[in-house]
Write a new protein. Structure first.
Length: 255
């Protein structure tokens, strides 16, 4: 049985991603974002998703974060550009925040091609790159999106920020995030484009690799995982994005 969205554990199923699954699934239809308004906070876009996809996101959150010793600082990185890392990171952050287990900050560390703010239909004029160059609390640069969710966008000085990702200032800001928020979810550049995700993974609890069905290449995925392991970065698992149901969803639910 196929699912739209799935967390594959490194130990038990990572080899399936690298050896077979990528060639067996088809691309799902695009997801359409809309926006709503709340009385106190900005509302995250409400995606027109099937119940099955929502269920899979909830299961991902449960498996990844809500166990006895679940990670608190997680990097999401695609194997290649266009794998859906920003979409995945944003939707997981929303689902995690809705659990009411604590504060969640979703951070756009893809300073080369930022896109996380677009997932929230938000402006990108004040965020991480400004925090790296400026002073003040990290919360001053984060936008409170809902009761438990904050968005730290790329910010206005992305090009200058790229050079600071490996700096002591970045380490200091990440430490501050760990103190200010219960969970920190980081959207990083694709692993095939640069080493930013590996660097950020070393400063966090690990990396979730995002692959796109029928698009991500097996060789690229294998190399991404090997590079993470070589840098002693923990691979928490892989998300296979945009899988489709081989049978109608209504029948699938009855099986």
């Amino acid at each position: 049985m196929s699912r739209n969205f799935e967390l594959l554990s490194e130990a038990g199923r990572m080899h399936e991603v690298l050896e077979s699954t990528l060639e067996q699934v088809k691309v799902a239809p695009s997801f359409v974002a809309t926006s709503t308004v709340e009385e106190t906070f900005s509302a995250a876009p409400s995606l027109e998703m099937s119940g099955a996809i929502r269920d899979e996101i909830s299961k991902l959150v449960q498996k990844l974060f809500l166990g006895a010793q679940g990670p608190r600082r997680v990097v999401f990185a695609g194997t290649e550009p266009g794998s859906g890392s920003s979409w995945t990171c944003a939707r997981v952050a929303e689902a995690l925040a809705s659990q009411g287990r604590g504060s969640v900050c979703v951070v756009d560390c893809n300073l080369r091609t930022p896109g996380l703010h677009q997932q929230f239909a938000s402006e990108n004029h004040h965020g991480l790159s400004d925090a790296l160059a400026g002073s003040g609390s990290i919360r001053e640069y984060a936008h409170r999106w809902s009761r438990n969710l904050w968005l730290l966008s790329c910010g206005s000085s992305a090009e200058a920020g790229v050079a600071m990702l490996a700096s002591d200032r970045m380490r200091s800001r990440l430490t501050e995030m760990r103190t200010a928020f219960d969970y920190v979810l980081i959207d990083a550049p694709a692993l095939s484009t640069c080493n930013d995700a590996i660097l950020l993974g070393g400063l966090s609890d690990g990396v979730v690799v995002v692959l796109k069905a029928n698009t991500s290449r097996r060789e690229t995925a294998r190399k991404a995982v090997q590079d993470l392991h070589a840098a002693n970065v923990r691979v928490l698992g892989a998300v296979l994005n945009q899988r489709t149901f081989p049978i109608p969803e209504a029948i699938y639910k009855k099986l």
